[in-house]
Design a protein around this ligand. Sequence first.
Ligand code: HEM
Length: 440
Amino acid sequence: MSGPDDLHHHTSPDGPADDDPASVNPASVNPGDLAFWAKPWEERVAVFAELRRADRPVLFPEPEMPWMEAFGFQRGNGHYALVRHADVAEASRRPEVFCSSRGTIAGTLDPPPEFMEYFGSMITMDDPRHARLRRIVSRAFTARVVARITDAIDAAAVRIIEDFRPKGGGDFVAEVAGRLPLKIICDLMGVPPERHDRVFELSNLIVGSFDPEYMPDLAELGPSVIAAGEELRQMVHEIAAQRAERPADDLTSVLTHANVEGESLTDAEIGSFFILLIVAGNETTRNAIAHGLDLLTRHPGQRALWTSDFERLAPTAVEEIVRYASPVNLMRRTVTRDYELGGQWFKDGDKVLMYYCSANRDETVFDDPDTFDITRDPNPHLGFGAPGPHFCLGAHLARQEITVMFRELFRRLPDIRTTAPPERLESNFINGIKHLECAF
Ligand code: HEM
């Protein structure tokens, strides 16, 4: 174990010095780099297993992303990979040391201010600002509120599946998995139905901005992502202006009229929160549902088990889908002071990425972590983040959407199955499936 005296040792821009603790060579394998995420799943799983065996978190150099730098993103000294369950959990419950308000959430390069204007909401804040916003919006996402909109979620799922039925198959993501979270989050915010498809395109563009399907020319990345943010912001401003005059039963009305300790939200705060919700609500749940169908197709025994007693097994099955798929690969934190974690001394300004995908396969916490087991219990996975102030605000909603979708699929299209391997999103941040062919 190292001590504070040799801090310099672990923050060298060249990466770890002579006593590199893992046999993974940070100069050739770097999970901070997009190229790493293009590798086959098994290869990535093996790298994380190796990193978990190391005696402390490994420092990886800053990836080469010239198109991000052209847009004003700043390079630093690379990032430490937090890969063990215990390390991710500890960093998440110590926000005063591992803070969220310096840098972005999804990568290691630090963004320019104009980016943060659109994409810097509660997820990139620390207390007290974070707590204030979270208090205002959390009322909309309690288990009780989600229970109240259960009928709406049921009805939406039935409609989506029945619209798909005559087609006999096709792209499960576009036709089914992506539809439910989109409709629910847009209805919650009061976005009119004729604009839902546009919201879907814009959120794809924001989260898929490294993927050539959504961003053919990386030189356009900065301006396109900002333009998408601006369009979403305009959309919520229009809705908010209407709600200011005539409140409706939606979250935009709550946000427009919110008053916490004499303060209300600014237009800019409402705008960036809307963008966060659209992205966080859509790009995660749809991937959980798509991974779910892929997993259940590849594990027919688990599928047969679940359908034999759906309601009883739904709670553990849904948690296992989220653990196994880890729809959000990672979140970033920045260190605020000297602190020892997992055998490594950190200092002010060090960047860490918390790899949920690795914590969720930690063999010291999960028996047979690479086995997909819908009865796994307990299942203390970190797919929604670890306990702490930023734990996923939409976890109740996401669980309900996943449950309802599989209940209705098993009922209405009982033989639905994938017919090709998933077409994966090119992203370090989201474990996304862009397209998934299915038949029934
Ligand atoms: C399977 C689906 C989902 C997954 C895997 C997921 C995962 C996550 C993760 C990993 C975090 C960060 C936790 C941290 O930094 O400590 C997070 C935060 C958040 N999620 Fe989710 N999420 C999902 C669905 C949703 C939905 C449906 C919504 C909203 C409707 C939502 C809204 C949010 C928000 C607003 C935050 C930021 C909370 C804060 O900073 O206080 N998420 N989510």
